[in-house]
Design a protein around this ligand. Structure first.
Ligand code: ZN
Length: 109
């Protein structure tokens, strides 16, 4: 069941919070530790986030998975290094420049 959703273009991407055990089960054969995951398709796009994430880590992971979704839903073909660079930079710009966020809020009314 989704906790909320994020509108990305014409897509309504469900955000679902999952336990650490859920991510550990996914990663039995993989050494990389995941905090979040974009999966699904254009009919049922879903972002799954670890339910213990807080603060900047939560923001970073959410933005990362949103960019993963944008990449997949629009067939952009970005590699994971490009996605990570974009999500790290966007997180930094949005968290270190509160005026940018208030400008976005004012501009979207
Ligand atoms: Zn990723």
């Amino acid at each position: 069941m989704k906790d909320y959703s994020v509108k990305i273009g014409i897509f309504d991407v469900a955000i679902v919070h999952k336990s650490l055990e859920f991510f550990e089960d996914l990663l039995k054969d993989d050494s990389e530790f995941l905090l979040g995951l974009y999966r699904g398709n254009r009919v049922n796009p879903v972002i799954q986030l670890w339910n213990k994430l807080t603060g900047r880590r939560y923001v970073e992971t959410s933005i990362h998975e949103i960019i993963e979704a944008i990449n997949a839903l629009n067939d952009l073909g970005m590699n994971h290094t490009q996605i990570s660079t974009l999500s790290n930079c966007l997180t930094q710009v949005l968290t270190d420049n509160p005026k940018v966020l208030s400008m976005i809020k004012k501009g979207s009314k």
